[in-house]
Design a protein around this ligand. Structure first.
Ligand code: U2F
Length: 454
């Protein structure tokens, strides 16, 4: 079949950013199968290796871009920010180099760029080539909205004084009037443009309105007011998720079978699933607080905990809890949340985890750490009312037991369960044939097929 569109895809290789972008691309390939579109997926070797895990997909070719580290130089820092900094310093040259290679190999000029929204310079690359830029925001609409109001927020903080604004609400941001300044991401609260992450996101905010479309892995009905506001700010604002309900998920192979078998033996809605995503490990004191709460309350639990964090558990914890708990280094999270024995999810509030929890109707206990997570947890507790935050914001034995009781046993838990099930149904409706996310996805497909715009 003749290829008539060549889409260049630029991934941000940290946290859970590249995997949802690949999921989106796979869905675009499947839904456009007879229409001659090919995708070149530009990402670092390490991230490509992790998300493709040796699999090949028709019409998607992975290209490795330079991660910013010099040959023979191994990354020694434990801080992910350092790796991000090196990578960002190598952009956009590292991407431009492989884009040229892909054009030579396919014999076709790139006709549209689809990138992680963080990679704001894609706007300039697209402008130079006279082609559209479609940006993919991997987090929630609420955090995108908060970023879009950065200038107003900074101006208020400067005129009132940062300390005095902390408890003030974002009365001027549609759909976020109950959100306080102190719920906002650090990248908004600190106006320090010396920080590479703050600078990157600020530049993104300045470029996004030029994007032909801003795509989000969410559904309009979760935040109708925010959605309408963002529709007024962008040329096209397209909620196309939750992708796990509408797209083929990337395979994890057979890993995690053991914990799925274990879940099968547990009582309905009795198990606490615990995961802090791909980047975080809580401090030892908090690990101890959480472990003591689980042990004292004898709550059945499944904990996804990286091997290098096992040493942070209290001595003898594994032996003493082996009758009712299980720890794995990586869990098949979608299958876990789908399992009826899971009754609550203790989460760091990364957007993918929240969306997965909503999609399977599992109430959340929130312990946010950085970036958008604090704002997400505010929305979970106070706006969507589908979970609770911990008293004092950190894990302590008593605070965690209290949160577990309120979600698993009390009337609060019952209301939360009802709310999350209602939201789950809205998410399911959004991805039906005539649902909002499906319509938005079709619009996206049209846009990239005829790359001069919708
Ligand atoms: C960054 O998020 P994270 O990667 O830390 O966390 P999530 O967005 O929640 O995504 C974690 C994914 O990893 C999967 C899980 C999610 O899809 O199903 N997973 C799993 O399969 N098994 C495990 O044992 C543990 C996790 C960032 F830190 C957040 O603040 C952002 O919201 C997010 C999106 O931009 O990226």
């Amino acid at each position: 079949m003749a290829i008539h569109s060549h889409i260049g895809v630029l991934a941000f290789p940290f946290g859970t950013h590249a995997a949802p972008l690949l999921t989106l691309v796979r869905r675009l390939v499947i839904d456009s199968s007879s229409q001659g579109i090919t995708f070149s997926f530009f990402n670092t070797a390490k991230s490509n290796c992790a998300i493709f895990s040796g699999q090949e997909f028709d019409n998607i070719k992975a290209y490795d871009v330079w991660d910013g580290m010099h040959e023979g130089e191994a990354f020694t820092g434990s801080n992910i920010l350092e790796a991000m900094q090196l990578f960002l310093a190598a952009t956009p040259g590292n991407f431009e180099k492989v884009m040229k290679e892909a054009e030579v190999e396919t014999g076709m000029k790139i006709s549209c760029l689809l990138s992680d929204a963080f990679l704001w310079f894609t706007c300039d690359l697209a402008e130079e080539r006279g082609i559209p830029w479609v940006s993919f925001w991997t987090a929630a609409s609420c955090s995108l909205s908060a970023h879009m109001y950065t200038d107003q927020i900074w101006s208020l903080m400067r005129s009132t004084g940062a300390a005095k604004t902390e408890e003030k609400t974002l009365s001027f941001v549609p759909g976020m009037t109950s959100v306080r300044f102190s719920d906002l991401p650090e990248e908004i609260l600190s106006d320090n443009l010396e920080s590479p992450l703050t600078l990157m996101i600020y530049k993104m905010v300045q470029k996004l309105s030029k994007s032909t479309a801003v795509v989000v892995n969410s559904f309009e009905e979760i935040d109708p007011v925010i959605t309408n506001d963002l529709k007024s700010k962008f040329q096209n604002f397209l909620n196309i998720g939750p992708s796990i309900l509408s797209s083929p998920t990337l395979s994890n192979g057979d890993s995690g079978q053991e914990c799925l078998l274990w879940l099968e033996k547990q009582r309905h809605a009795s198990v606490i699933y615990i995961s802090f995503g791909t980047v975080i490990t809580p401090q030892p004191r908090e690990m101890a607080g959480l472990a003591e709460a689980l042990e004292t309350g004898e709550f059945p639990f499944l904990w996804s905990l990286r091997d290098n964090a096992m040493k942070l558990l209290p001595d003898g914890f594994l032996d003493r809890t082996s009758k009712f708990g299980m720890i794995v280094s990586w869990a098949p999270q979608l299958k876990v949340l789908e399992n009826p024995s899971v009754g609550a999810f203790i989460t760091h509030c990364g957007w993918n985890s929240i969306l997965e929890s909503i999609s399977f109707g599992v109430p959340m206990i929130c312990r946010p750490f950085f970036g958008d997570q604090n704002l997400n947890s505010k929305m979970v507790e106070d706006v969507w009312k589908i979970g609770v935050r911990l008293e004092g914001g950190v894990f302590t034995k008593n605070g965690t037991i209290e949160a577990l009781h309120s979600v698993m046993l009390n009337e609060t838990g019952k209301a939360i369960r009802e709310n999350i099930n209602k939201l789950k149904h809205k998410a399911q409706n959004a991805v039906k044939f005539d649902g909002t996310s499906t319509k938005n996805f079709r619009a996206l497909l049209e846009l990239i097929k005829s790359p001069r715009g919708i």
